[in-house]
Design a protein around this ligand. Structure first.
Ligand code: PMP
Length: 427
C-alpha cells in the first residue's frame, strides 16, 4: 500500500470518511485522497513526496501561492505576541478599514472565522433588519452549511425548497425559495408573488460551487432592482469570488452594489478569517447595538488577522489582478485549443483567478447545463492529470484556482499534461 492509502485507512478509523470536509474524500472521482505534507508557491507535496501543481489553492485562499514568505513572517510575529485575547485589537481595525476601502459597498464589517458563519449571520441580519422571514437562493449556489441554506428547489416553480441534508427540518427550509441561476423571469415572478415578504436574496455573483458559472449582467441587475423596489436586502456571497476575480470582488466587475457582502477565503490568506459587511444602517441591527445576535470566541483572532491583512496588502500590488487574469486565461486558452485540435466536447472559461473546465461543447450558463456535462469523462481526466502531477478539484462541479505563482512554465506543463490526458481518453 502507498503512504496515502495507509493514511486514508487510518484516518477512517477515527474520522468519518477519513476527512474533515466531504469533498476531500475523492468520493465522486474515486481513488485515494492525497494526504498533503507541505505546500510552496504553485506546488503541493503528498505523503509519498510526490509533487503536484496545485489548482485548488485550499479552495481559493492561496491566491499569492502557498506559504508566501511575508504572510508566514506576519503570522510568526503575531503568534509571538499571543495567540488569542478575546478582546479587541488594533489589527482588527486595520483589517476592517482595508476591507471597507477595497469594497465600496461595505461601510461596516464584522469579522468571523468561516464563510458559513458569514453567510449565516448575514441572513439572520437581513431577516432581523427587515422583520421578514422568506429568502431567495439559487439552485447550485453554495453558501456554507447553515440549515436554511442547505436547500434544493421544490417540485414546482415558486415552491419553497426541500432540505438537501438530513438533519435539517423541513420547517427550517420552508421560508427558502430556490430559483434557477441566471433566470430573471423567475425572479420577477417570485417578487410579484411574495415581494413584501422577502427578507433577502443571496447569490454567488460568480458561481464557483457548480463548477464556474458567471452571472449575466441582466440577472444581477434585475435582482438589484427588485430588491430595491420591494425593500429586500441583496446579499452577494463573495466568499469565493471576492478578491479572487478582481480587487473589489465580482461587484466591482459588474458595477452593482449589494446591501450586504459575505467574504472569506482570500481575506484570511489561508487562516480562518471571514467577514460580512455592508450598509452601516443595516449593520447597526447587530449586537451590541441592535437586536440581531452574533458572536465568536475566535472572531478577529490576531494570528489569523495577521495573515489576512498581509494578504490584502500584497494583492494590491500594481498589476496583480492583470497578471493573475492573464495567467488564468493562458491556461483556459490552452485547454480550448486542445479541444479544437482533438475535436472533443470539452471547453474552459475563466474570470480573474478562477476557471472552469467542462466536458461539453459550450460554456454552461445554468445549473441544468452544468449537470449535463460528462462527469464520467471528467473523473477519468482528473486521474490522468493527477498521475501527471496536476492536482485539480476532485469533482466535475467545482471551480479551479490559479495563484500569482502559476508561472508560464507551470501553465505550459499543465497544458501539455492535459493534451496527453485527453489524447489518452479520446484517441
Ligand atoms: N459561500 C461560498 C460561495 C463558498 O464557496 C463557501 C465555501 N466553499 C462558503 C460560503 C462556506 O465557507 P466555509 O467553508 O469557510 O464555511
Amino acid at each position: 500500500m502507498s503512504s496515502n492509502e495507509i493514511l486514508f485507512q487510518r484516518a477512517q478509523i477515527t474520522t468519518p470518511g477519513g476527512v474533515n470536509s466531504p469533498v476531500r474524500a475523492f468520493r465522486s472521482v474515486g481513488g485515494t485522497p492525497r494526504f498533503i505534507k507541505k505546500a510552496q508557491g504553485a506546488y503541493i507535496w503528498d505523503a509519498e513526496d510526490k509533487k503536484y501543481i496545485d489548482y485548488i489553492g485550499s479552495w481559493g485562499p492561496a491566491i499569492l501561492g502557498h506559504a508566501h514568505p511575508e504572510v508566514i513572517a506576519a503570522v510568526q510575529n503575531a503568534a509571538e505576541q499571543g495567540l488569542s485575547f478575546g478582546a479587541p485589537t488594533e489589527a482588527e481595525i486595520l483589517m476592517a478599514e482595508e476591507i471597507c476601502k477595497l469594497v465600496p459597498s461595505i461601510e461596516q464589517v464584522r469579522l468571523v472565522s468561516s464563510g458559513t458563519e458569514a453567510t449565516m449571520s448575514a441572513l439572520r441580519l437581513a431577516r432581523g433588519a427587515t422583520k421578514r422571514d422568506k429568502i431567495i437562493k439559487f439552485e447550485g449556489c453554495y453558501h456554507g452549511h447553515a440549515d436554511s441554506l442547505l436547500v434544493k428547489a421544490g417540485s414546482g416553480l415558486l415552491t419553497f425548497g426541500n432540505p438537501t441534508s438530513s438533519g435539517v427540518p423541513a420547517d427550517f427550509t420552508k421560508h427558502t425559495l430556490v430559483l434557477d441561476y441566471n433566470d430573471s423571469d423567475q425572479l420577477e415572478a417570485a417578487f410579484s408573488q411574495f415581494g413584501s415578504e422577502i427578507a433577502c436574496v443571496i447569490v454567488e455573483p460568480v458561481a464557483g460551487n457548480m463548477n464556474l458559472i458567471k452571472a449575466t449582467e441582466g440577472f444581477l441587475k434585475t435582482m438589484r432592482r427588485l430588491c430595491t423596489e420591494h425593500g429586500s436586502i441583496l446579499i452577494f456571497d463573495e466568499v469565493m469570488c471576492g478578491f479572487r476575480v478582481a480587487l473589489g470582488g465580482a461587484q466591482s466587475l459588474y458595477n452593482i452594489q449589494p446591501d450586504l457582502t459575505a467574504l472569506g477565503k482570500v481575506i484570511g490568506g489561508g487562516l480562518p478569517v471571514a467577514a460580512f459587511g455592508g450598509k452601516a444602517e443595516i449593520m447597526a441591527h447587530l449586537a451590541p447595538l441592535g437586536g440581531v445576535y452574533q458572536a465568536g470566541t475566535l472572531s478577529g483572532n490576531p494570528v489569523a488577522v495577521a495573515a489576512g491583512l498581509t494578504t490584502l496588502k500584497l494583492i494590491q500590488a500594481p498589476e496583480f489582478y492583470t497578471n493573475l487574469s492573464q495567467q488564468t486565461q493562458k491556461l483556459v486558452d490552452g485547454f480550448n485549443s486542445i479541444a479544437a485540435e482533438l475535436n472533443i466536447d470539452f471547453c474552459a472559461d475563466a474570470i480573474g483567478g478562477m476557471f472552469g473546465i467542462y466536458f461539453r461543447k459550450e460554456v454552461p450558463v445554468s445549473f441544468n447545463q452544468v449537470m449535463q456535462a460528462n462527469a464520467a469523462t471528467f473523473n477519468r481526466f482528473f486521474h490522468e492529470m493527477l498521475e501527471r502531477g496536476i492536482y485539480l478539484a476532485p469533482s466535475a462541479f467545482e471551480a479551479g484556482f490559479v495563484s500569482a505563482m502559476h508561472s508560464d512554465s507551470v501553465i505550459e506543463t499543465t497544458i501539455n499534461a492535459a493534451r496527453d490526458s485527453l489524447r489518452k481518453i479520446y484517441m
